[in-house]
Design a protein around this ligand. Sequence first.
Ligand code: APR
Length: 231
Amino acid sequence: MKKLVVLTGSGVSSESGLKTFRDSGGLWEDYDVMEVASYAGWTKNRDLVLRFYNERRAQLKETMPNEAHTGLVDLEKKFDVSIITQNVDNLHEKAGSRNVLHLHGILTRARSTGDPSLVYDIGYNPIRPGDTCEKGFQLRPDIVWFGEAVPAIEEAASITSHADIFVVIGTSMVVYPAAGLIEYVPKHAPIYLIDPNEVTVPVYRHIHFIREKAGKGVDVLKEILIKESSS
Ligand code: APR
């Protein structure tokens, strides 16, 4: 089976009703990113940060995967699919994808502020000021904030370096190190990009641009890949 590696961003969840970050109407229009998604923001106003992620988590409980997520699950019948996502939602897992790596963490886990090895599944429950780990340290969302290291990036680079086909869906490709993963795609592997808007890809390579929203775009991709694998 060929290895299909998919890098997803917030655009893949847009048709499920979750906001992207940088589009018009995106989350970073309503919130100051450094206030809610940085360690400095956390030390300045912990309650605001907790509220921001508690709201996202509560919304996620009511949110269902869309055709893009389920289309990627279908592709597992023909390909060895690995998903690398920048998203903190769990919609790939809800859809049934088997191999999902979260680069920026996930909303349904909390982490100790005093011992990062202490991570807890919290489902869709809120984290409140005063909620602590077993060592007594305040819990925070298990999310990678701006300025923090991305522990999963080495594994993501290794997965990418084994791709036979690489697909990018719904990311503006401006946030590093995630955007830099494309440099690890082997020369023989074609790169497909699904996005309704223009995206500047930070690599000097031919890109097969499928200019569609994620749901339709994954359908188009499936047709192309199935036609190519049978020719
Ligand atoms: N289908 C596919 N793509 C879409 C759709 C859609 N229905 N709607 C919007 N998009 C595209 C936009 O055109 C844009 O290219 O999704 C992309 C969203 O880009 P950003 O808002 O920058 O989100 P993303 O790339 O996921 O952000 C990366 O930045 O703030 C941080 O940690 C956060 O993981 C996030 C990272």
